[in-house]
Design a protein around this ligand. Structure first.
Ligand code: GLU
Length: 450
């Protein structure tokens, strides 16, 4: 069997949000799991609303999530192919001119509804003679072009939803080309899916209604059985069940990044929410890919939970290996022989990655110690062992201190923590102490900034 080819096809008219990331990731991981290809296709046939800066921002956001496309294509560079396809449909009698204005169509729909009929386009334009068309065009009307559907039931085995069908007799012939000559999304999408040998179309369930039309288009342009497989996943909604807005506001990838949410947490949350799999932290996209199964995607809404995402992000950090964190630590100025044990010591306390900078200052920079109990601190200074120190030093030292001061628990540890780190809470002191080192520890226990 040939390797899968999938595509993620946003229009570059805004930034992407976590709901779009769900579609992108399901495609990317599906391909990755099977060593297939992932194409990023910009559906930018609407040249007025599409912007290069949005295309660049989408690529950036995808890269931040770990998605590297195998190819990037722009529909705006492929108009000639859409014209050719339109010509082919017209020659086959499947594309016809219609001249109704939207007001006329609206009036007709109202009349049909009043008579209890479905509001479907009545194909009146098919009755026009050449003379009618000449007259309409002389009046200044420009045609739009409709695809003549076969009135039959189209069936497909949806990768998510299972056996699916749409009776095309219940649909209006879709407009493929507007009267100003611009293309709606339908035809270019099919032309490109054929052109790039797309094998699986994985997208949101808001596209289920387009599928029968598209299958007929595949067959008209590339022959029977040429349509790829389709999988329509449920859409992410807000916690209260509303759809995510186009730009996504607080749920845009850019906003989540700015809030310090881990990309792997965004990915896990985007992919696992609304499936029969639990939303859990992962260490790599490969791990997420290995567990991906489109048949686990639920038919019900996928409700997004902001608290769950924050929590997932923190847990992602708590389990992150030094190898994974190394480059980002270096970018934050954290490198050298202490970097690895530092990471192990602090990762379990992080809510967001950026907090490493403050903890690095605690072990490598200067802090103002907190002084709470001078008696304990004096004893602590006197019993402070000689270096070299390791992770057992703290236990030996505090055992001595316990004996000396007759204190234990919080009464003993809290003054030490406050003096050594300047903070009320934080990572295990046993792990921090050898990183802080004797010179700084001694100074801090004496109340001096160090
Ligand atoms: N540009 C379309 C969208 O963003 C693509 C839909 C599809 O994947 O077929 O909705």
């Amino acid at each position: 069997m040939s390797l899968p080819v999938v595509r993620f096809a946003p229009s570059p008219t805004g930034r992407i949000h976590i709901g779009n990331a769900r579609t992108a990731l399901m495609n990317y991981l599906f391909a990755r799991k099977q060593h297939g290809r992932f194409i990023l296709r910009f559906d930018d046939t609407d040249v007025a609303r599409s912007k290069e800066e949005y295309a660049a921002a989408i690529e950036f956001d995808l890269a931040w999530l770990g998605i590297e496309p195998d190819a990037v294509v722009r529909q705006s560079q492929r108009f000639a192919l859409y014209h050719t396809a339109a010509g082919k449909l017209q020659a086959a009698g499947r594309l016809y001119r219609a001249y109704e204005t939207s007001e006329e169509l609206e009036r007709r729909r109202k009349r049909q509804q009043a008579r209890g009929l479905p509001p479907i386009y009545d194909r009146a334009a098919l009755e026009l003679t050449a003379a009618d068309r000449t007259r309409l065009e002389a009046e200044g009307r420009r045609p739009h072009w409709r695809f003549k559907l076969d009135h039959r039931i189209v069936r497909w085995d949806d990768l998510v939803r299972g056996e699916s069908h749409i009776d095309c007799a219940s649909l209006s012939d879709p407009v493929l080309i507007r009267e100003d000559g611009t293309y709606l999304y339908t035809l270019p999408s099919v032309v490109d899916d054929i052109g790039f040998d797309v094998t699986h179309i994985i997208r949101g369930e808001d596209h289920v209604t387009n599928t029968a039309v598209q299958i007929q288009l595949f067959e008209a342009l590339a022959g029977q059985g040429s349509a790829p497989l389709f999988g329509h996943h449920n859409l992410l909604t807000s916690a209260s069940g509303e759809g995510l807005s186009k730009r996504g506001g607080a749920l845009s990838i850019a906003a989540l990044r700015d809030a310090g949410i881990e990309p792997l947490a965004v990915a896990a949350c985007a992919v696992l929410t609304g499936t029969s799999d639990s939303v859990h932290p992962v260490q790599s996209l490969d791990e997420l890919a290995a567990g991906l199964d489109l048949s686990h995607v639920s038919r019900a809404q996928a409700r997004f939970d902001a608290d769950e995402l924050r929590n997932l992000s923190a847990r992602t950090l708590h389990h992150m290996s030094f190898e994974t964190a190394r480059e980002r630590l270096a970018a934050a100025g954290i490198s050298g022989p202490k970097a690895e044990s530092f990471w192990r010591a602090v990762r379990g306390n992080l809510a967001v990655f950026g907090e490493v900078v403050e903890w690095w200052r605690v072990i490598a920079g200067e802090i103002e110690p907190g002084i709470e109990d001078c008696e304990i601190l004096a004893a602590a200074r006197e019993t402070l062992p000689a270096e070299p120190w390791d992770e057992t030093t703290f236990t030996h030292w505090t055992a001595l201190l316990k004996e000396r001061t007759q204190r234990k628990g919080k009464a003993l540890f809290h003054p030490l923590r406050l003096a050594l780190t300047g903070r009320e809470n934080g990572p295990e002191l046993a792990a921090l102490l050898p990183l802080i080192g004797r010179v700084k520890a001694e100074a801090r226990l004496s109340g001096r900034a160090a």
